[in-house]
Design a binder for this molecule. Structure first.
Ligand SMILES: Cc1ncc(COP(=O)(O)O)c(C=O)c1O
Length: 386
């Protein structure tokens, strides 16, 4: 028998993947489980990809990323947030997930602690574990912001960094600039690194503007921002993400990335670089944001109309995170089981996202039309009110 390494033996299989596997091939199932947009990839971007392959951009590219794409990413931050990153501070990776992984592998020493919000994107604590670090969960307020006062109490000499993610997966919450400033101040006072995962930056609702943490006073020199084209251009399967940071932070990460990946897929990088600055790309972002806001309105209103379910209005991303504790299935796990078995609705229990998340479920509206949302509400109403 070949034994796994100690670090791998401690990793639990993803509950979400198990749920998806069970739902595979079962007719008439509606999934609110998937964290990806169902919107079709823009035609112009698909054409750019075909051109890139046909014009033979099929070789290795530079390890940190295609030079044109890196320059355009740096320019995006200047244009949109007024923050100067050099192209050398940009790393193009195989998705945002790989960017965070490389950062943790590069910066965490064994036993160092990482502050992660409870609840959070489920990949983070596993990646922290793989890097030999320890996750310390930061409690949330009732509206799913980080509880800053409680956060302060968790910082000690082992704390190395924090991972922030606004707009949030799984809650859809955002934090205002002054609230984030209080968190940045803690990072400055204790010399902590900030990893800010901003993959949902373009999906903020009700006229709320995204706050780029690197633009907050004191944050720039200690912040690595993770981002991705997966959600922005509806291309999660292309696996192109990126990070921006001051060059001193990025340089060792580029070294790590070079040895494990060499470079992210060349033709996809070329295609995105040719598409990124077009009017079509900007129009697509507006369209997708508007679409998600309409879906958010429909699902939040629908869920709140069901007896026993309370759903706050998400301010961004494409998730909402209702509390189901007053239904006859009062834990997320039980609710998710029943929703699948009796209503053929796939929905993820909150415990996937943090240890104290027993009474919430995550509903993704990234991949369901308004008509399907109405169907889901009808099915869940029947389930809960029967
Ligand atoms: C918060 C967050 N970060 C990162 C990612 C990863 O995106 P990708 O690796 O496709 O770029 C996701 C995907 O669901 C996410 O929700």
């Amino acid at each position: 028998m070949i034994f796994q390494s100690d670090k791998m033996a401690k990793i639990k299989p993803s509950g979400i993947r198990e749920l998806f596997a069970r739902a595979q091939g079962i007719p008439d199932t509606i999934s609110l489980g998937i964290g990806a947009p169902d919107i079709t990839t823009p035609e112009i971007l698909k054409r750019e990809m075909r051109y890139a392959v046909d014009f033979d951009y099929n070789n290795y590219d530079q390890s940190p990323g295609n030079p044109k794409l890196r320059a355009m990413i740096a320019r995006k931050y200047k244009d949109e947030y007024g923050v100067d990153y050099s192209s050398d501070g940009v790393l193009v990776t195989c998705g945002g997930v790989q960017l965070v992984y490389v950062a943790l592998q590069t910066y965490l020493k064994k036993g160092e602690e990482v502050l992660i919000q409870d609840p959070s994107f489920l990949t983070y604590p596993h990646q922290v574990q793989l890097a030999g670090g320890k996750t310390v969960w930061m409690p949330s307020t009732n509206d799913f912001k980080i509880d800053v006062e409680k956060m302060k109490e968790l910082v000690n000499e082992k704390t190395k960094m924090m991972i922030l993610n606004f707009p949030s997966n799984p809650t859809g919450s955002i934090m205002e600039k002054h609230e984030l400033k209080a968190i940045v101040d803690i990072a400055v006072d204790h010399n902590l690194m900030i990893i800010s995962d901003e993959v949902y930056e373009y999906y903020t609702f009700d006229e709320k503007e995204h706050v780029h943490i690197g633009a907050i006073d004191g944050a720039y020199e200690r912040t690595l921002t993770a981002n991705s084209f997966s959600k922005t251009y509806a291309i999660p399967g292309w696996r192109i993400g990126f990070g921006v940071a001051p060059t001193e932070i990025m340089k060792p990460m580029i070294g790590y990335h070079t040895y494990v990946i060499a470079n992210a897929m060349t033709p996809a990088q070329v295609a995105i670089a040719n598409y990124m600055d077009t009017d079509a790309a900007k129009e697509f972002q507006k369209f997708i944001k508007n679409e998600f806001q309409q879906r958010r309105d429909a699902i939040v209103e629908g869920l709140n109309s069901i007896e026993g379910i309370k759903c706050h209005k998400s301010s961004g991303s494409f998730y909402c995170y209702p509390d189901i504790s007053e239904t006859q299935y009062p834990t997320g796990k039980e609710f998710s089981e029943k929703a699948f078995e009796e209503a053929r609705v796939v929905i993820v229990p909150g415990t996937e996202f943090g240890p104290s998340q027993t009474t919430n479920i995550r509903a993704s509206f990234g991949s369901v039309s308004i008509a399907k949302i109405e169907d889901v509400i009808h099915r869940l109403t029947k389930l809960v009110e029967n």
